[in-house]
Ligand binder design. Structure first.
Ligand code: DGY
Length: 326
């Protein structure tokens, strides 16, 4: 019997390839550049499954170009690249990779937080320039982290991982989400629910952990920067469009906040030009989950999700399983 066909937009990792190769006739996109849109539409046309990255959009146009498609498996927890309602309408299962990247991403939010507070990137550049004159009392003064107030917007698995790590720094933790967390979670993490305005007003560090939704687009914009402390730092490892980059650049210019550390951007791979030259901004290339262990787990999870459907199982991380009656 012939195997179902899958298009995979990256060669992934051996452990994930083993799963795909067993279940599918596989076509990998192996070129160094991202797959061009036209090529993606052409290659997916005869496929039963698509394993893609967050850089590929699975929208109406793609679904229309792939009439045989039964599953779209993105190798990411965020799934703003997939039009899930359109998938449901066309009876295509959409899956993502939750859970496996929470701790790694929380680690990285902390990496950024520490690095921006203690001006690590500026210090590194200074050392490499050969211009450092030696120790002095007032060089590269940053802001303390320990004992400060951490404001976490989005108190899901990653936000809570960030809170857990803050315990060792004796921080006061404020959090905001659509709903309050259970009392046990608040107690365990020493976290206090605060409305967004209060969180912005009182936090020394504001870290973002919300998905990109219509209501979270530009959640942090001019209005938010007006409320934040002039000494506060913004950390974003969620999705770029959650922050209005032009408003951020303006806020930094006007010294409304002390700095920002970003892993994600409004128009990836572009960065707002006004942010590029600033020393009070750290720019990371969307690497919060980028460890060998975690990226391997994500790829294996996506491959498993895609294969499950063709084994007659409900894909473990289906976003529209109920809507499709799986
Ligand atoms: C995701 O998975 O959504 C991250 O942005 C990349 O790991």
């Amino acid at each position: 019997m012939s195997k179902p066909k899958v298009l995979v937009t990256r060669p992934l990792f051996p452990a994930a390839r083993a799963i795909l190769d067993k279940h599918f006739e596989v076509e990998y996109w192996t070129q160094a550049d991202r797959i061009p849109r036209g090529e993606l539409l052409r290659r997916v046309a005869d496929k039963d499954a698509l394993v893609c990255l967050l850089t590929e959009k699975a929208d109406e146009e793609l679904l229309a170009a792939a009439p045989k498609l039964r599953v779209v498996a993105t190798v990411s927890v965020g799934y703003d690249n997939i039009d899930v309602p359109a998938c449901t309408r066309r009876k295509v299962v959409a899956t993502h990779t939750p859970g496996v990247l929470d701790e790694t991403t929380a680690d990285f939010a902390w990496t950024l937080l520490m690095a921006i507070a203690r001006r690590l990137v500026e210090g590194d550049a200074w050392m490499r320039s050969g211009a450092w004159p030696g120790w002095d009392l007032d060089q590269l003064l940053g802001g303390d982290v320990w004992g400060k107030t951490l404001g976490i917007i989005g108190f899901g698995r990653i936000g809570r991982g960030v809170a857990r790590r803050a315990q060792g720094f004796q921080m006061r933790i404020l959090y905001n989400d659509q709903a309050r967390a259970a009392l046990e979670a608040e107690k365990e993490l020493h976290a206090e629910f605060a409305d967004r305005d209060r969180l912005l007003r009182e936090s020394d560090f504001v870290t973002l952990h919300v998905p990109l939704l219509p209501e979270t687009r530009h959640l942090i914009s001019k209005d938010a920067f007006e409320k934040m402390k002039r000494t506060a730092y913004l950390i974003n490892t969620s999705r770029g469009p959650v922050v209005d980059e032009a408003a951020l650049a303006e806020a930094l210019d006007q010294k409304k906040i002390a700095g920002a550390a970003l892993d994600v951007y409004e128009h990836e791979p572009k960065v707002h030009p006004a942010l590029v030259a600033r020393k009070d901004v750290i720019l990371a290339p969307h690497i919060a989950s980028a460890t060998v262990e975690t990226r391997t787990k994500m790829a294996v999870m996506a491959a498993t999700n895609a294969a499950a459907l063709f084994e007659g199982r409900r894909p473990p991380n289906a976003l529209n399983a109920d809507a499709l009656g799986l």
